[in-house]
Design a protein around this ligand. Sequence first.
Ligand SMILES: [Zn+2]
Length: 220
Amino acid sequence: MTSYRFVEKLCASCSHKNTVKFLSSTNALGSYDLDLRPPPMERFTMECWIENCIHCGFVWHDLEALDLDLPALTDVMSSPKWSELYPNRSGKLSIDMERFALLRSVLSTPLDEALAYQYAAWAADDEFDEVASMAYRLKAVAAFQKTLASNGTDHPQSPKISAITSDLLRVSGNFNQCLEFAGYWIKFSNDQKISKILSYQIRKAENSDSKIYKVADALD
Ligand SMILES: [Zn+2]
């Protein structure tokens, strides 16, 4: 069962008061997809993964964040890209997530940016907007690749990132890139589960299969 509570917070960007919906508890029933997209009950709590200022459109994992680069934040929020996304007239969660990813691309690490684009893709999946979900997946790929390019095999999360990225490439129909990418990273994998997942991605990409599969499918 999912339960919520409400908390008042001051926005770090505009200082106005917001009432934020806060997730108290939820259940995750079922297996995660290969890009770690959670099963429905947990996925339907995504609106609580971010906090959204109703006054200025700032969106972050904590509206009262103290460690923000405020000049950089102002630059993003006065950019042409921002004005395409805010006000969010459609009310789509994917658009809020895209604003979150845009802010993270400047204020946080490429890994955080990649995760935010994944959230946008999952929200777009649930809005049945396939064009947007594929575009967000490719933005996540670019940010994951930036993480791998600057850290290589040394990044503690590189095996996991390689497994997720190969799935994003395959599901978005980039089969050759998936084959090349998974074929490269499987050589560095010391983790049996990751190796199994990368082999699975290679088999599916060889068959031009862009379907969404679960982690459990690859490990069977
Ligand atoms: Zn605000």
